[in-house]
Write a protein that binds this ligand. Structure first.
Ligand code: ADP
Ligand code: F6P
Length: 326
């Protein structure tokens, strides 16, 4: 049995569509179970500086459809130090918060793992990032919406690319993961995706050209995952200008537009189910796990696994993209 009476909820790292739906689910599930809930503003920063407000059900009304996060978010260097985490713990004691739900990506859950180990505080993570780079969950909150945003943007670029018979390199986010690039390419019928997971194996540009890329096509679109490993869209455009000057090449960097917008139905449902599961987990006495979704079932993944294990790209999808772009 759990002795949790008051849950603190925060969002941390890059915002993601669906974070608000998760905050709503945590708040309402906790209140339904007779627990108190406190909203912590600006992620770990607000936990250190005590920017905390008690949440009632009405605090989370009319937010399920909104992008971003009503709790704001931040990247907090101080929390990376033992002194910073001690200050955060002191605030928790002062506010009588005895468990935390952390909604964020890889970095946020790394911080949660350390904090939970050092201070014996039950922490539950919810995977909130457009990058989809957390192990142990099929998708992360925000990923589906970002994918749809990318698909709609590429559809629009296709119109002008076809009219001018151009080659476009479109850079998408993902930090060091290629999920958005690969799945965005399949969804938008792009000719190829350049992703970090494949970079070590072949020269992906040479591979494209050698395989008859662009024969009989009036336009070509290549999605490039942002990453030091790929070098980004500009890198490939420069190479094409030098090595294949016959192509009329352009670059679009989609940027932060990918993080905004109203969450998709899938992200709202995922966030609602995982937010509810985080409260159930605390009531069952679980701690230091991330709530994930595998084959439509809620699972609890230890922080160590969610963070350390590398979620792999579906090699079969790489093959499907190649076949369908002939
Ligand atoms: P994300 O959670 O989206 O991956 P970041 O990597 O920026 O985003 O991490 C968000 C926050 O989590 C950081 O600003 C910091 O406060 C905390 N954090 C990240 N890494 C660590 C770490 N190694 N130790 C402690 N806290 C961390
Ligand atoms: O982790 C989410 C993400 O959008 C990554 O895809 C991207 O690399 C990074 O955050 C951008 O961070 P910032 O908003 O601080 O520029």
């Amino acid at each position: 049995m759990s002795s949790v009476k008051c849950i603190g909820v925060l969002t941390s790292g890059g915002d993601a569509p669906g974070m608000n739906a998760a905050i709503r689910a945590v708040t309402r599930s906790a209140i339904y179970n007779g627990l108190q809930v406190k909203g912590i503003y600006r992620g770990y920063k607000g936990l250190i500086t005590d920017e905390i407000v008690e949440f009632k059900t009405e605090n989370v009304s009319d937010i399920i459809q909104r992008g971003g996060t009503i709790l704001k978010t931040a990247r907090c260097q101080e929390f990376k130090t033992p002194e910073g985490r001690k200050l955060a713990y002191d605030t928790m004691k002062k506010e009588n918060i005895d468990a935390l739900v952390i909604i964020g990506g890889d970095g946020s859950l790394t911080g949660a793992r350390l904090f939970a180990e050092e201070f014996d505080v039950p922490c539950i993570g919810l995977p909130g990032t457009i990058d989809n780079d957390l192990y142990g969950t099929d998708t992360t909150i925000g990923y589906d919406t970002a994918l749809n945003t990318i698909m709609e943007a590429v559809d629009k670029i296709r119109d002008t690319a076809t009219s001018h018979e151009r080659l476009f390199f479109i850079e998408v986010m993902g930090r060091d993961a290629g999920f958005l690039a690969l799945n965005g390419a399949v969804a938008s019928g792009a000719e190829a995706a350049i992703i970090p997971e494949e970079s070590t194996e072949v020269d992906q540009l040479e591979d494209l050209i050698k395989n008859g890329f662009r024969k009989s096509k009036s336009s070509s679109i290549v999605l490039v995952a942002e990453s030091e490993i790929t070098g980004g869209a500009m890198h490939y455009a420069e190479r094409v200008k030098k090595e294949y000057p016959e192509y009329d090449v352009r670059v679009t960097i989609l940027g932060h537009v990918q993080r905004g917008g109203s969450p998709s139905a899938n992200d709202r449902i995922l966030a609602s189910r995982l937010g509810h599961a985080s409260v159930e987990a605390l009531l069952e006495g679980q701690r230091n796990v991330m709530c994930g979704m595998q084959n439509s079932e809620v699972v609890y993944v230890p922080f160590t696994q969610a963070i350390k294990n590398q979620k792999s790209i579906d090699k079969n999808l790489v093959k499907v993209l190649k076949i369908l772009s002939i």
